[in-house]
Design a protein around this ligand. Structure first.
Ligand SMILES: Nc1nc2c(c(=O)[nH]1)N[C@H]1C(S)=C(S)[C@@H](COP(=O)(O)O)O[C@H]1N2
Ligand SMILES: [Mo]
Length: 249
């Protein structure tokens, strides 16, 4: 790979932005990125390519290190953050709501029984509570109190293909995210119906949010509309804009 030193002046601002991104990840210099990815980094597409190679590498490492049997830390009631913060890709006054009595979770993909599920049906399944820490990549974290149906129980109940690679979540606020099957089957991954002792409020994703304490905030979809089990890589709202897909916390 012998080459002359590329002219970087034309893409200087882009390089600055990328160097900042690398530093934030506490990771590499541009030289390191160039070496590991085997990309010259002499134009914007090659930089994007290098970053996406690194990101896929990080995803693979995280998936390799992840264990369904390693639990996220749980906390005491007294440690719950009051009030628990709201976050979304829009402001709190733009929250979308639905009538919980008419809401149904749609099912698709590699599932035997794809009939939609109502909230009252979910209430008949076993519920689990967790007081865990939510970590947002924007630089804050908070401890919350969520309860609901373990996703693994639900996936078994509907006859999902548990050997499939991905579970994809779509939300009625046009958000989406997807996870690996190993995380979907993790005992602390729950279809959340309640926050504290009451039904999940609109700010936190009513009527259903997927709480995944082993993953960063953006991989915890609120306002859930559908679940799809698939072998085709689904991506997600933030993931498609460059956030790591695995997104472990
Ligand atoms: N449907 C939907 N889910 C979402 C988001 C969103 O914008 N829409 N934002 C994500 C991000 S980045 C964070 S930090 C958490 C915030 O959840 P909270 O409002 O309960 O704190 O929701 C995640 N899930
Ligand atoms: Mo977030």
């Amino acid at each position: 790979m012998s080459r002359t030193q590329p002219d970087r002046t034309a893409i200087a601002p882009e390089l600055k932005r990328i160097e900042r991104r690398l530093m934030l990840k506490g990771a590499l210099s541009l030289g390191g990125l160039s070496m590991l990815s085997g990309c010259a980094l002499d134009d914007e597409p090659s930089i994007e390519r290098a970053l996406s190679i690194m990101s896929r590498f990080t995803d693979k490492m995280q998936a390799f290190l992840f264990s369904r049997h390693k639990l996220a830390r749980e906390f005491d009631i007294s440690q719950i953050t009051q009030p628990f913060p709201f976050n979304a890709y829009y402001d709190e006054d733009e929250i979308r709501t639905v009538d919980p009595a008419h809401w149904c979770l749609e099912l698709g993909g590699l599932i035997m029984d794809r009939r939609p599920w109502s909230l009252s049906q979910f209430r008949t399944l076993p519920q689990k509570r967790q007081i865990t820490r939510h970590i947002c990549v924007e630089g804050w974290s908070a401890i919350g109190d969520w309860s609901g149906v373990p996703l693994s129980i639900f996936l078994q109940r509907i006859g999902a293909d548990l050997k499939a690679k991905y579970v994809n979540f779509r939300c009625f606020d046009d958000y989406s995210t997807s996870i690996d099957m190993e995380t979907a089957l993790h005992p602390q991954t729950i279809l959340t119906l309640d926050y504290g002792n009451a039904a999940l409020p609109p700010a936190y994703g009513a009527p259903m949010k997927v709480r995944i304490p082993t993953k960063l905030g953006y991989k915890n979809p609120k306002y859930l509309a559908s679940i799809e089990v698939t072998n085709h890589f689904p991506g997600g709202y933030w993931e498609d804009q460059g956030y790591d897909w695995f997104g472990g916390s």
